[in-house]
Design a protein around this ligand. Structure first.
Ligand code: SAM
Length: 511
C-alpha cells in the first residue's frame, strides 16, 4: 500500500450513508437539553465525508457554508458532482487531513464534524485532527465526533487481530480486496467451527461473525480492514481532547439522554452515588456494554440563561416526519423493547399528526385540556426525536431560501439511486437535513415531482427503472423473483406512498 493512505483502505469506495448528527440543528437541540448554548452555525466542516451525502444534504438544506475533505479521489469527485448539481455553498476538497489542516484558505468554524473516522485512522492523523480542532474551531463552537468504544468491542479486538494477520499472511494476492475479505470471513467460519477456546470464553464473537456475513462488503472493507482499528474507552477520548478547551456535553442519541431506556433502577442508583463525572460515564458505558459513542463537545462552554432557554421553547419548531399510523409506542431498551406511556405520547402524536410544525410552547397550549404537564411533553419530544419520528425545523426564511438547492440536489440523488445502491436520504428544506427514503420511494418521488400523480404510472415507471438495471423488488428483506409478485408489491408500495408518505414529503419540501 502506498504511503499517502497511511494504511487506510482506499481501493474500495465507502457506502452512501447519511448521518443527521452532522446537522448543526440537531446539535442545537441536543445542547439545549443540557442547558448549553450553541452558536449560530455559519461555517461548518466535515472531515472524511466519505461519499459526501451528509455534507451535500446539509449544505443544500441550510444557509451554513460547508467545507470538507476526503482523500479518496472517486469519493471527492462524486461529492463535487452533488455540489455542482445543488449549487449550494459547499467547498469540497480531496486533501488528506494533513494537507487540509495546512490550507490557508479555510475560515474558522462554528461546527466541525467527523463521523466514522476516529477509530480507523493512525495516531498521527488523530493528532492532526486534534490540532485542527484546537486551531480552527471558534470559541463556543461544536464538535461532533463518533468512535468505536470499549468495553463493547473488547471481545472483537482479538478476532480483528486474526483478520489483520489473515490479510497480511494468507490472502491471495491475485484476488481483489473484496474477494480477499470474503476469503477472510470464510476463514473465520472455518476457524470458529473448530470450537476454539477463545470462542468459548467469548461466545458473542459467533453472533458478530454472523453479522459480518450480512454486511455490505464495502462497509466491511472500511470498518475492519484498515491498518488502524482502535476502539477506545471514553476516558481515552477525553485525554485526546484535553488540551483543546473542549467540554464533553452529551450523546447525540436522544434516547441516551433518558436513563430509563438504558439502565435499570439499581444501576441508576449506583451511578447516582458516583460523583466524578468521568468515572460515572465510564461505569455507565460498562452497564450498557457500549460499542459506539457519538458525542457533542463544545469549546469554551457557555450555559444558556433562562431567557435564552425560553426563547428556544417559543421559537424552535418541530414536525412529525413519520406517518402517525406507523408509529408504535415502543423504544429499544437494555433487555428488549420498552413500552411508552400512551397517556403521555398519544396526545402529542395526535396533535402533530397534521404534520404542521409547532414550537414546544404552542404544543403546551394546544394540549392544555390534556393532563400532560410541560416536563412530560418536553420528554416526549426528546424521545420521539430519538425514535426518529420527529425532527426539528429550521427558521421559516431559511426554508424558502434553500428550497431551490434542495430540489436540485434531490433530482440528482433520485437519478443516482439506481446506480448507487444505498443512497437512503433526500434533503428537506424544512429540517435543514436528510429524510430517510428507500429506493422505491425515491423513484416515486422522482416521478411525482414531474407532475405525475397516477400510482399506476408510478408502478410502471418504477418497474421499468428497476428492471433496466437488473434490480429486484425486495419484500420483507427477500428479493422477489417473478414479475407478477414484483408488480403486486410495487402497487402496494405506490398506494402506501400516496396515502401516507407523499403528504409528509410535500410538507417537508421534498416531493
Ligand atoms: C469509514 S469512512 C466514513 C465516511 C463518512 N464519514 C461516513 O460515515 O459515511 C472513513 C473516511 O475517511 C476518509 N479518510 C481516512 N483517512 C483519511 C485521511 N488521512 N485524510 C482524508 N480522508 C481520510 C476515507 O477516505 C473514508 O471515506
Amino acid at each position: 500500500m502506498s504511503d499517502w493512505t497511511e494504511g487506510y483502505v482506499t481501493d474500495v469506495g465507502y457506502t452512501f450513508g447519511y448521518y443527521r448528527e452532522l446537522n448543526p440543528l440537531h446539535a442545537k437541540i441536543a445542547l439545549q437539553d443540557y442547558n448549553v448554548a450553541c452558536p449560530e452555525v455559519q461555517t461548518a466542516c466535515e472531515l472524511g465525508f466519505g461519499q459526501g451525502i451528509s455534507i451535500n444534504i446539509h449544505a443544500a438544506a441550510s444557509k451554513t457554508q460547508w467545507y470538507g475533505t476526503d482523500f479518496i479521489p472517486e469519493q471527492a469527485d462524486f461529492a463535487r458532482q452533488m455540489a455542482k448539481a445543488s449549487g449550494a455553498d459547499v467547498h469540497i476538497f480531496n486533501d488528506s487531513f494533513e494537507a487540509f489542516a495546512k490550507r490557508k484558505d479555510l475560515p474558522d468554524f462554528d461546527f466541525i464534524g467527523l463521523h466514522g473516522i476516529w477509530s480507523w485512522i493512525s495516531n498521527n492523523n488523530r493528532r492532526i485532527i486534534v490540532n485542527f480542532i484546537k486551531k480552527k474551531l471558534k470559541p463556543g463552537g461544536v464538535l461532533y465526533i463518533s468512535y468505536n468504544t470499549l468495553p463493547g468491542w473488547a471481545d472483537f479486538v482479538s478476532l480483528r487481530h486474526i483478520m489483520s494477520l489473515y490479510m497480511d499472511d494468507m490472502a491471495d494476492p491475485k484476488q481483489n480486496r473484496l474477494e480477499q475479505i470474503s476469503g477472510c470471513v470464510d476463514f473465520l467460519d472455518r476457524f470458529l467451527s473448530t470450537n476454539p477456546a477463545f470462542a468459548q470464553a467469548n461466545p458473542f464473537v459467533r453472533t458478530r461473525l454472523q453479522r459480518l456475513h450480512k454486511e455490505d462488503a464495502h462497509y466491511l472493507a472500511h470498518e475492519y480492514f484498515n491498518r488502524d482499528w482502535l476502539p477506545m474507552h471514553f476516558t481515552d477520548m477525553t485525554q485526546w481532547l484535553q488540551d483543546t478547551g473542549m467540554d464533553y456535553i452529551c450523546s447525540t442519541h436522544y434516547l441516551d439522554h433518558v436513563n430509563q431506556f438504558n439502565i435499570s433502577r439499581d444501576q441508576e442508583k449506583l451511578l447516582n452515588s458516583i460523583h466524578p463525572f468521568l468515572f460515572r460515564e465510564t461505569v455507565r458505558d460498562f452497564m450498557v456494554n457500549r460499542q459506539f459513542r457519538a458525542e457533542y463537545w463544545v469549546k469554551n462552554t457557555r450555559e444558556l440563561n433562562k431567557k435564552e432557554k425560553e426563547k428556544i421553547l417559543q421559537t424552535q419548531r418541530y414536525i412529525l416526519v413519520e406517518p402517525r399510523s406507523d408509529i408504535t409506542l415502543k423504544v429499544p431498551g437494555p433487555a428488549g423493547s420498552l413500552d411508552l406511556d400512551p397517556a403521555q405520547y398519544e396526545p402529542v402524536l395526535d396533535l402533530m399528526a397534521d404534520y404542521r410544525p409547532r414550537t414546544l410552547r404552542q404544543m403546551e397550549k394546544e394540549l392544555e385540556s390534556n393532563s400532560i404537564k410541560f416536563p412530560q411533553l418536553y420528554q416526549a419530544i426528546i424521545v420521539l426525536m430519538g425514535k426518529r419520528c420527529i425532527e426539528p425545523v429550521q427558521d421559516k426564511e431559511d426554508v424558502s431560501q434553500v428550497k431551490q438547492d434542495t430540489d436540485k440536489l434531490n433530482s440528482f440523488l433520485c437519478q443516482q439511486v439506481l446506480a448507487k445502491e444505498d443512497i437512503h436520504a433526500l434533503a428537506s428544506p424544512m429540517t435543514g437535513g436528510g429524510i430517510s427514503l428507500d429506493i422505491i420511494d425515491q423513484i416515486f418521488v422522482e416521478i411525482s415531482r414531474q407532475g405525475n400523480d397516477s400510482p399506476q404510472q408510478w408502478v410502471e415507471y418504477a418497474w421499468q427503472q428497476l428492471s433496466s438495471v437488473g434490480r429486484q423488488v425486495i419484500k420483507d428483506g427477500t428479493p422477489l423473483d417473478s414479475e407478477e409478485e414484483s408488480l403486486a408489491e410495487l402497487h402496494l408500495r405506490a398506494e402506501m406512498f400516496m396515502q401516507k408518505r407523499l403528504p409528509i414529503l410535500n410538507v417537508l419540501g421534498i416531493a
